[in-house]
Design a protein around this ligand. Structure first.
Ligand code: DC
Length: 223
C-alpha cells in the first residue's frame, strides 16, 4: 500500500522547497502539482489560446505530455519532452496560470493525471487541493502558511537565484490577487482540510519546517 503526504498552502509558503527536502530525506516521490497547471498555462501561451477557448484547451489537454523527473535531487519538468523547469516560473506564466487553474476541464484532467502518477508509490504531493480533493484520505495532511509579505520576499529571492528579474511590489500584488482567486474559486479552492495540521512558517527556517514535517510523518508511520 502506498503512503501519501499532502502539503497544501498558498503561493510562496515554501511548499515546493519543503516537499523536495522532506521527500529526499524520507524516500518519498515528490510531485509538484502547481508545475502541472503551469505546463498547461505555458502551452496555452505558446499556442496563443485564450482562457475561454474551450475547444482548443481540450485539444491541448488531450495531447499534452507532462513529466516530472528527479535529476540528482532537482525536480525537472518536461513538457512534450522539452525541459520547461525555468520557463514555467516566469511572471507571465505565474499571472496566467491562476485563471487557467479555475477551468473545470483543466482541473478534471490534471486530477486524473495526479492520481495516475501516484499509483503504487510513496509520495509527497504539494498543491492547493491535495488534502481536500485529490487525496482526501492521505496519511498525513499539512497546511503550510506564511504572511503575504514574507512569501513575496521569498519568491523574489528564489527568482533572483534563478537569474530571473522581479520586483517585490509587483510580486506582492500578484500574490494577493492569486490568493484571492485561488481561495474563492468554485472548484477545489485553496482551503485547509479539517484534518490537516496547520504550520505557519513566517518565522521558521526551511530546516525547522522540514524537521517539523518529517517528525509528523515519522510519528504517523510508527502508529
Ligand atoms: O504552487 P504554484 O504557484 O506553482 O501553483 C501555480 C498555480 O496553480 C496557482 O495559481 C494555483 C494553481 N494550483 C491549483 O489550483 N491546484 C493545485 N493543486 C496546484 C496549483
Amino acid at each position: 500500500m502506498s503512503f501519501i503526504v499532502a502539503i497544501d498552502g498558498p503561493a510562496g509558503s515554501g511548499k515546493g522547497t519543503v516537499a523536495k527536502l522532506v521527500g529526499e530525506k524520507l524516500g518519498l516521490v515528490n510531485i509538484d502539482t502547481g508545475a502541472m497547471f503551469r505546463c498547461v498555462a505555458l502551452k496555452m501561451l505558446q499556442d496563443n489560446i485564450a482562457l475561454d477557448d474551450e475547444e482548443n484547451i481540450k485539444k491541448i489537454l488531450d495531447s499534452i505530455n507532462i513529466e516530472l523527473k528527479n535529476d540528482n535531487g532537482n525536480l525537472i519538468i518536461l513538457l512534450d519532452g522539452n525541459d520547461v523547469s525555468l520557463k514555467i516560473r516566469t511572471e507571465e506564466v505565474s499571472k496566467f496560470v491562476s485563471p487557467v487553474s479555475t477551468n473545470p476541464m483543466v482541473r478534471r484532467n490534471l486530477l486524473n493525471l495526479q492520481r495516475k502518477v501516484s499509483e503504487g508509490k510513496n509520495i509527497i504531493m504539494e498543491g492547493r487541493d491535495i488534502g481536500t480533493v485529490v487525496f482526501p484520505n492521505a496519511d498525513v495532511k499539512i497546511y503550510l502558511e506564511a504572511t503575504a509579505e514574507e512569501r513575496a520576499k521569498r519568491r523574489v529571492l528564489q527568482n533572483q537565484e534563478k537569474g530571473l528579474k522581479v520586483d517585490y511590489d509587483e510580486v506582492l500584488r500578484e500574490i494577493k490577487i492569486r490568493d484571492e482567486r485561488d481561495s474563492t474559486r468554485e472548484i477545489a479552492p485553496l482551503k485547509k482540510a479539517d484534518d490537516a495540521i496547520l504550520i505557519d512558517s513566517t518565522n521558521m527556517t526551511i530546516e525547522e519546517v522540514v524537521k517539523c514535517i518529517s517528525n509528523i510523518i515519522k510519528e504517523k508511520k510508527n502508529t
